[in-house]
Design a protein around this ligand. Structure first.
Ligand SMILES: *Cc1c(COP(=O)(O)O)cnc(C)c1O
Length: 225
């Protein structure tokens, strides 16, 4: 078994344990392997080991890897990085799912390309000026537009808490994202079920709080160089 295969087994084991603690079905949590700085050969290895969902932060880097990884039929690519306005046009041809919709102009820009895509809204719950993501008012403004969308399918919310050594510090943020999802689903008559939250340092806590997608880089591919 490859290094990545072994790491994958270990991560899946930890995911299952977290599900068991929370009384959740492990089938309800999807592992998104984050491949920033990871080369195409190792992406291929991860595909061979059974990974089917990949997350990329940068359009340019993603394009090279998506080409090189080949058209492994059922592989899905997730955009998880901040999207600059001048890069919007490249997203619909490359990605199946965008986790980082954080402003109305981006929502409109993606819709305009006329390609079906799943989208998640990135919400900033840590009130840090420098972090990306929308506040609750911005989220509601975007959700007001959702009924007019033909191509984009809103499936959930994403958040990225500040890094802390102790994952318990961010449990409250994960819980809050779940509560916001439930609240806006009720308010806007939606049925968004996804919560994209949890990374290598805190995915178990995120799963206990309801994560349906965990975005994991380091625990699968090792420290980034
Ligand atoms: C890099 C990154 C991750 C993965 O982080 P690790 O700590 O390496 O697991 C997850 N989400 C986003 C948005 C990232 O940029």
């Amino acid at each position: 078994m490859s290094d990545i295969g072994r790491a994958l087994e270990a991560v899946r084991g930890r995911m299952e344990k977290a599900c068991a603690r929370a009384g959740r079905d492990p089938g309800g949590v999807r592992l998104v392997a984050v491949t920033k700085t990871v080369d195409a050969g190792r992406v291929r290895e991860a595909i061979d080991a059974g990974v089917r969902d990949f997350g990329e932060n940068y359009v340019q880097e993603a394009r090279v890897k998506i080409d090189a990884a080949g058209a492994a039929g059922d592989v899905r690519w997730h955009m998880i990085g901040h999207i600059q306005s001048n890069k919007i046009k490249y997203i619909p041809g490359l990605f199946d799912c965008v986790h980082t919709v954080d402003r109305t102009s981006l929502l409109d820009g993606l819709e305009r390309h006329g390609k079906p895509m799943d989208i998640l809204f990135e919400v900033n719950l840590s009130a840090e000026e420098t972090k990306s993501g929308t506040d609750l008012d911005g989220l509601k403004k975007m959700l007001e537009r959702v009924s007019g969308l033909k191509y984009l399918r809103p499936v959930g919310l994403m958040t990225m808490p500040p890094y802390t050594a102790n994952p318990e510090d961010v449990r409250g943020i994960f819980r809050q994202l779940r509560e916001v999802r439930d609240g806006v689903n009720a308010q806007f008559g939606l049925a968004m079920k996804e919560l994209s939250m949890g990374m290598s340092s805190d995915f178990e806590v995120a799963i206990e709080e309801g994560a349906t997608m965990v975005r994991i880089g380091t625990a699968l591919f090792g420290e980034r160089i």
